[in-house]
Design a protein around this ligand. Structure first.
Ligand code: UDP
Length: 328
């Protein structure tokens, strides 16, 4: 298929682009590199550099695309609280522009990168797709508003779409992993301690209502996540908007993650308890039964060790490369 990937230089978008190219699809990426990396671009994909809002109409008019995978977005919870204007413009307004351009150019197949943050603090876990959505921050609110817009465009204009609500994406695929200028995610931060780039990891609260008092999350391997995108794209039906949660179905506490990182890296990884982070729920665990049944998704890398090992292989290789560049 001829596929347009917005945000194809970001963490999730670039891994999906690699997988699409490997599977024989013809891929064009739009990215402005505001948060993405040039190194992460898949060889074989065509790059259009710039902002999705500015480029989408002309790109779809010129390209005869079969499908769009839409990743380009702002995605930091804390930043979304401080700068909601950026989140509503870059996430919501840009996606409306994309939906209108798809409609105008007869492109009817969309896979949208949504999030568990649409649910907010869940009444119970595992979280199924029929549970109430009550985002606790502007980031989740923009993604939920987009999901609503997609549903109404699917109903009225025949777009076939799938929103994939990710839980905690982690791990790496080959040369692509988590490599952000501003890092806030647990696993890459813990691995930075193992690399010697940070002194310690702060545990945001040890008084949560969980077994060891630290917050519990469902970590999903980036490569399994990419498979779900391809399956969704290949099975979208005009006029139908599907929503699937994607996780591994298992919860791990912050302490369990740090312990696994200690085992995998052999580094003591000093940790210190700090206050809770604003907006964090205690426990988020996905039910991915619907994706398994309806999409035929079969995650292969669900154990935390594999996720951390792959993340560590990526982080240490990145550290070596930076070290060689400094020496050279
Ligand atoms: N966390 C932590 N220390 C850190 C970063 C994250 O204790 O330096 C916790 C965070 O409070 C949450 C979990 O680790 O409970 C996962 O956070 P992350 O930012 O990776 O993903 P989120 O669940 O916020 O999407």
């Amino acid at each position: 298929m001829k596929v347009l990937v917005t945000g194809g230089a970001g963490y999730v978008g670039s891994v999906c682009t690699h997988v699409l190219v490997e599977q024989g699809h013809e891929v064009t990426v739009i990215d402005d590199f505001s948060t993405g990396n040039r190194d992460a671009l898949a060889p074989g994909a065509t790059l259009i550099e710039g902002d999705v809002y500015d480029l989408i109409e002309d790109t779809l008019a010129a390209g005869k695309f079969d499908a769009v995978l839409h990743f380009a977005a702002r995605s930091l919870v804390g930043e979304s609280v401080e700068k909601p204007d950026e989140y509503w413009h870059h996430n919501f307004v840009t996606t409306l522009e994309l939906l209108d351009a798809m409609r105008a150019n007869g492109v009817q197949n969309l896979v949208f990168s949504s999030t568990a943050a649409t649910y907010g603090e869940p009444a119970q876990v595992p979280i199924t797709e029929d549970m109430p959505t009550a985002p606790t921050n502007p980031y989740g609110a923009t993604k939920l508003a987009i999901d609503h817009a997609i549903t109404s465009y699917a109903n009225a204009y025949g777009i076939g779409a799938t929103s994939l609500r990710y839980f905690n994406v982690a791990g790496a695929y080959g040369s692509v992993g988590e490599n952000r200028e501003v890092e806030t995610h647990l696993i890459p931060l813990v691995l930075q301690v193992a690399m010697g780039h940070r002194d310690k990891i702060y545990i945001f609260g040890d008084d949560w209502p969980t077994a060891d008092g630290t917050a519990v999350r469902d970590y999903i391997h980036i490569r399994d996540l990419a498979d779900a995108h391809v399956l969704a794209m290949e099975s979208n039906q005009p006029g139908n908007h599907r929503i699937f949660n994607l996780g591994s179905g298992d919860g791990f506490s912050v302490r369990e993650v740090i312990d696994m990182c200690r085992e995998v890296t052999g580094h003591p990884i000093p940790a210190e308890v700090a206050p809770r982070r604003a907006g964090d729920p205690a426990t988020l665990i996905a039910s991915s039964e619907k994706a398994k049944t309806e999409l035929g998704w079969q995650p292969q890398r669900t154990d935390l060790r594999t996720i951390v090992e792959d993340a560590w292989a990526f982080t240490s290789q990145l550290g070596e490369a930076a070290h060689s560049a400094q020496q050279g």
